[in-house]
Design a protein around this ligand. Structure first.
Ligand code: MG
Length: 282
């Protein structure tokens, strides 16, 4: 018997792809539920996405475009964690593989500490991989070249080793694929496997779900039993809820199927619904 108690809930942390949207299209009943409860003030909503192909501003536009009232501090993406990581480590030279809009966003966010974004094998301290829908062979080659020159793997081809010690390498999230109307399409997890197969390069950190660090802004405002994560994926959405010690509402509007839930050996979700609006609020 589930201990899920809707009367205690004050904040829902909502996954986007497969929960409120399918590709560019809103999942209408779920979105209507969010609009109604935002306007009535019954629940606070946060929007959690591992998808780093867009900037937080672009996500705000997508959410506002579905008529959901939204403020910047309601958007939670691993780009926030990446920014904090660069600040904490004090890195000043970063090769970021991401869309031009995301690189520009990160450059603006970190301008106050003078971080330079660009491929610079002599100076780069960090290589970072985001969900880059503008990915090219040239970018992949630059990542492997940085690793070869700074972290070994170059002796066989006589590549010049650059001074400066090993380079750090991180990825924004672990997802193997992104759901779309055309089925699963490649995401960062797949790109990481491609790189590892090339020269053994592996990230020191992978941000995003299921790392609970992304929920920190919500955990500072609400008690754990007041929060629920809502999502369509067991290995990211349920995992971040489990890692943060909060309830998980599983929706069947995205990746997870009833057959997946039957096979699932972990603790079951607090509740399972077809779409988010079917959460019983009585
Ligand atoms: Mg999802």
């Amino acid at each position: 018997m589930s201990k899920f108690d809707i009367r205690k809930k004050k904040a829902f942390v909502c996954d986007l792809d497969g929960t409120l949207f399918m590709g560019p299209h809103p999942i209408k009943p779920a979105v209507d539920f969010v609009i109604e409860n935002t306007k009535s003030g019954r629940f606070c909503f946060f929007y959690l996405t591992n998808n780093t192909s867009k900037t937080p501003a672009e996500y705000m536009k997508k959410i506002a475009g579905a008529n959901i009232p939204v403020e910047p501090d309601q958007i939670l993406t691993p780009l926030i964690t990446l920014e904090e990581y660069i600040r904490e480590k004090g890195y000043r030279s970063v090769y970021l593989v991401a869309s031009a809009a995301v690189v520009k966003h990160m450059d603006e966010r970190l301008r106050d500490v003078g971080v330079h974004f660009g491929f610079d094998p002599e100076r780069n301290e960090l290589a970072a991989l985001a969900y880059d829908k503008e990915l090219t062979y040239d970018k992949l080659q630059k990542l492997t070249t940085l690793w070869n020159m700074r972290n070994g793997g170059n002796a066989a081809v006589g590549l010049k080793t650059v001074e400066g010690g090993p380079i750090d390498f991180v990825a924004t999230h672990p997802d193997n694929c992104c759901p779309s109307e055309a089925g699963p399409i490649p995401d960062v997890g797949g790109m990481l496997k491609f790189l590892e197969a090339t020269n053994g390069m592996k990230p020191s950190h992978v941000f995003g779900k299921p790392s609970p660090s992304l929920l920190q802004p919500v955990l500072l405002q609400f008690a754990k039993d007041e929060i629920a994560v809502v999502g369509d994926r067991l290995y990211t959405d349920k995992a971040i809820a489990d890692n943060a010690g909060v309830d998980f509402v599983c929706v069947l509007s995205g990746e997870t199927t009833p057959a997946d839930l039957e096979k699932y050996t972990g603790t079951p979700p607090a509740i399972i619904v077809e779409t988010f609006d079917q959460v019983d609020c009585q």
